[in-house]
Design a protein around this ligand. Structure first.
Ligand code: DUC
Ligand code: ZN
Ligand code: ZN
Length: 468
């Protein structure tokens, strides 16, 4: 058998196994896993390297409208470039429905934003902000059939949040159509009340973003989202869980027999609310929702990753420039935390952080790393087995990792549009030294290759493994 490419003698890792073998690739797919493959146009020596499925980051925000005068720092070009540099071959971005807009219109807008710009493969979650009878009764069922099989709802943010009856109606539609619903769990009324009190007391610095969004507001909303899903009898994903109490809600729901997936993110392992408490607005760099908590919460999130409460480790990449009037330091944001755009960059740092802090420090094994960063994303969001594993017939989306390479994170190497990384100066061990997208090397030694850029495309998805 002749191959386009052979990856020779690496340690192939899936969510369940690790073994040394060669990988034969033809026409963008994996067609052989065996010893001593020969006869290829290109042979890549992977001796001493891990051969992992490319990362799938199922929680990424790119080119989203973010409020008056605020501009997200990444479009689909820079965001997917950064994703590739960080070892990801697929990202799932959000397609935000504007109020009054049909979902088809929203999708047209996001497809146009992505068209011709993507360096890795992309797909879209729908964000439902206006669940009219037409949207739920007509549009969503047709879109699920067309491969848009997941959606997100917000319990917070005026203008985005759904009321409980609207969430129930959306969940019910998801159950009927086989879509998977992701829920942002924070209690908007409690947060607004606390913001009002902070305003009366003149407490407006960035650090008060964290104190107005306490753990109890996240825990209550998590419990409510799970209860609503139980009432309608549908699986859900609780996204960006930041602390033990919200995590325990997931555990308890599973004990009751509910089907629920949990997601956490690097910021909840690596940052705390103290990072928001700095002079000169520096804390604005770390404003995201839910906010980073404390050391005990970090430990809880590690426990959730180790014990399987969390299925997904995503970046929640939501980048804004820091030193910019269109970013964190906009005029209103300098005076009041509530106008600091909410989100931090992280699509390039997600995998190295979990590899270094998780695998290299012995908290999780390499198979669990693959599950948490690729395979589970593919399964839960309908891309498996086309993506998310190394198997015969799968897309040859492959990252070669040098587990011994020591790298100090700096903003420049991440190639995103933000002018900072929350992890500047963090020393990590292990790095994705080469990335193949559908069989073609697109990144080597930290850079997109000439001719390796803009190879990404849109991927429609099957239904989630949770709902099939
Ligand atoms: N939720 C997200 O998922 N990302 C950024 C901001 C938010 O509230
Ligand atoms: Zn969210
Ligand atoms: Zn997000």
């Amino acid at each position: 058998m002749r191959f386009d490419t052979i990856i020779r003698n690496g340690t192939v890792v899936t969510a369940s196994d690790s073994f040394i073998c060669d990988v034969g690739i033809r026409d963008g797919r994996i067609v052989a896993l065996a010893a001593d493959l020969t006869d290829a146009d290109e042979i890549i020596d992977a001796t001493g390297l891990f051969v992992l499925p490319g990362g799938i980051d199922s929680h990424v925000h790119l080119d989203q409208p973010s409020g008056d005068g605020i501009v997200m720092a990444d479009d689909f070009d820079s965001g997917t470039r950064s994703a590739a540099v960080g070892g990801n071959s697929t990202v799932l971005a959000f397609c935000m429905q504007e109020k009054g807009q049909s979902l088809r219109q929203a999708l047209n807008v996001y497809h146009a934003k992505a068209e011709g710009k993507c360096h890795v493969d992309v797909s879209f979650h729908l964000v439902i902000t206006d669940p009219t009878p037409d949207v739920l009764g007509q549009e969503l069922p047709a879109l699920v059939e067309d491969g848009y099989t997941s959606l997100k709802v917000f319990m917070t943010y005026e203008g985005l949040r759904l009321r409980d009856d609207e969430i129930l109606a959306t969940l019910d539609t998801a159950r009927r159509t086989g879509a998977l619903v992701m829920v942002h769990c924070e209690n908007e009324d409690a947060i607004r009340y606390l913001i009002g009190r902070h305003e009366e007391e003149g407490r407006l610095a960035p650090k008060f973003h964290a104190t107005t969004r306490p753990i109890a507001a996240e825990r209550e909303a998590t419990h409510r989202a799970l209860s609503l899903a139980e009432i309608v009898d549908v699986p859900i994903v609780i996204v960006h869980v930041s602390n033990r109490e919200a995590m325990e809600e997931i555990r308890r729901a599973r004990q009751r027999g509910q089907t629920v997936a949990g997601e956490t993110c690097p910021q909840y392992l690596m940052l705390t609310a103290e990072d928001l408490d700095q002079t000169e607005m520096e804390g604005a760099k770390f404003v995201c929702s839910p906010p980073p908590r404390d050391k005990a919460s970090q430990e809880a999130c590690w426990e959730g990753l180790e014990q399987g409460v969390f299925d997904l480790f995503s970046s929640d990449h939501c980048p804004f420039r820091f030193d910019d009037v269109e970013g964190k330091l906009n005029d209103k944001g300098k005076r009041h935390f509530r106008w600091i755009p909410n989100g931090i960059p992280g699509v390039a740092t997600r995998l190295p952080i979990l590899f270094s802090e998780g695998v290299m420090k012995g908290r999780i094994d390499i198979n669990r790393f693959v599950a948490l960063t690729s395979t589970n994303h593919a399964k839960l969001y309908g891309l498996y087995p086309r993506k998310g594993t190394i198997a015969i017939g799968s897309d040859a989306d492959i990252a070669l990792w040098d587990a011994g390479l020591k790298v100090t994170l700096t903003n420049d190497m991440l190639q995103h549009g933000a002018d900072y990384t929350p992890y500047e100066g963090l020393a990590v061990t292990g790095w994705p030294v080469r990335l193949l997208l559908r069989g073609k090397t697109i990144v080597e030694n930290g850079d997109l290759l000439p001719g390796g850029d803009r190879q990404g495309g849109y991927v429609p998805r099957e239904k989630s493994s949770l709902v099939r």
